[in-house]
Design a protein around this ligand. Structure first.
Ligand code: AMP
Length: 310
């Protein structure tokens, strides 16, 4: 049965009991207003762990002064219904003062990563993300923590923090879940009107165009991003924040695409800022990988191979 926990003391006790019984823990940090994207992470965690913990916390530290902290969709009762159906064990839903009591002044700073891509227009955002995720990982102490590729820069930041601070947790990144037209699911899609939802498809179209150009042999990233820009600018309500093709670990923009680089963008549709990305692949590399997997499978009977560079 789903148990809602709001205090740090209680979550520590429950986690201690799981650990004493040698139960593995899968953890999914979220800000709630859950959709199929979040649930895909929950389902994977359910398959791979004895216990599944989901946190729902709209983290004030990751919102800028003029951002949407107060309007951010909150749907706690419905979220609990969804999580209960998925067989989640614990929802950790603390209030802000529990997480950031008076006097709180410590945060995680990541040189070179937090000022790139989304960091440019959202200063302080990734410090806020890294700080809350580090706190939650310390409290929940999971074996595996699950994140969505949808928030690509977040996954890079978290992996960096885990590696740099020697945290004992396995980070898994799962694919972006989209609606049938290609729009990446996001709690912020709730802000979009029906017309804006149609306009918002330009993000996915631009990403697909990038992959199509790579398939046709274009490697020059300026040429690719120029084409992506044209597609976005065709949508009336769209205003580009950035379009960039980057190395998946350093987030540095690359002049020529390599297999596994990431095309990432942020676009305002009306007042709503949306992000999306795609891992660019070279068909030839994928074919080579598949051939090798088949070879390994025919030798060993099974194989687990990922073409993801991160
Ligand atoms: P959020 O509640 O927006 O902070 O997201 C919580 C987690 O769900 C993050 O790891 C997100 O990357 C992930 N997530 C959000 N949207 C999607 C999506 N469309 N597909 C896959 N994962 C997602």
């Amino acid at each position: 049965m789903l148990q809602v926990i709001t205090s740090i003391e209680d979550i520590k006790q429950r986690i201690k009991a799981f650990k004493e019984n040698q139960l593995s823990i899968g953890f999914i940090p979220t800000m709630g207003a859950l959709h199929e994207g979040h649930l895909s992470l929950v389902r994977q965690a359910r398959k791979e762990n004895d216990k599944v913990v989901v946190s729902i916390f709209v983290n004030p530290l990751q919102f800028g002064i003029n951002e949407d902290f107060t309007q951010y969709p909150r749907a706690f009762d419905n979220d609990c219904k969804l999580l209960s159906k998925e067989g989640v064990d614990i929802v950790f839903n603390p209030k802000a003062p529990e997480i950031y009591p008076n006097g709180f002044c410590t945060s995680v700073i990541m040189e070179h990563l937090e000022d790139k891509l989304c960091g440019k227009s959202r200063p302080g955002h990734f410090r806020g993300v890294a700080t809350i995720v580090l706190k939650l990982l310390n409290l929940i102490n999971p074996d595996i923590a699950y994140f969505g590729q949808k928030d690509f820069q977040q996954t890079v930041v978290i992996k960096r923090v885990v590696a740099d601070l020697n945290l004992d947790v396995n980070i898994k990144v799962l694919p972006t879940i989209r609606n049938k037209e290609g729009l990446a699911l996001s709690s912020r899609n709730a802000y979009l009107s029906e017309t804006e939802k149609k306009d918002a498809l330009c993000l996915y179209k631009a990403l697909i165009r990038a992959q199509t150009m790579v398939n046709a042999g274009t490697k020059n990233t300026k040429e690719i991003t120029a084409e992506m820009e044209k597609i976005i600018n065709n949508s009336k309500s769209a205003k580009i924040d950035y379009i960039s093709i980057v190395n998946p670990e350093t987030l540095e923009a690359v002049p020529e695409v390599q297999h596994g680089d990431v095309a990432a963008l942020a676009v305002r549709i009306g007042k709503t800022r949306l992000i999306d990305n795609i891992i660019l692949f070279f068909l030839i590399a994928v074919m080579w990988i598949n051939l090798n997997v088949q070879e390994i499978q025919s030798c060993s009977g099974s194989a687990n191979f990922s073409s993801h560079r991160m």
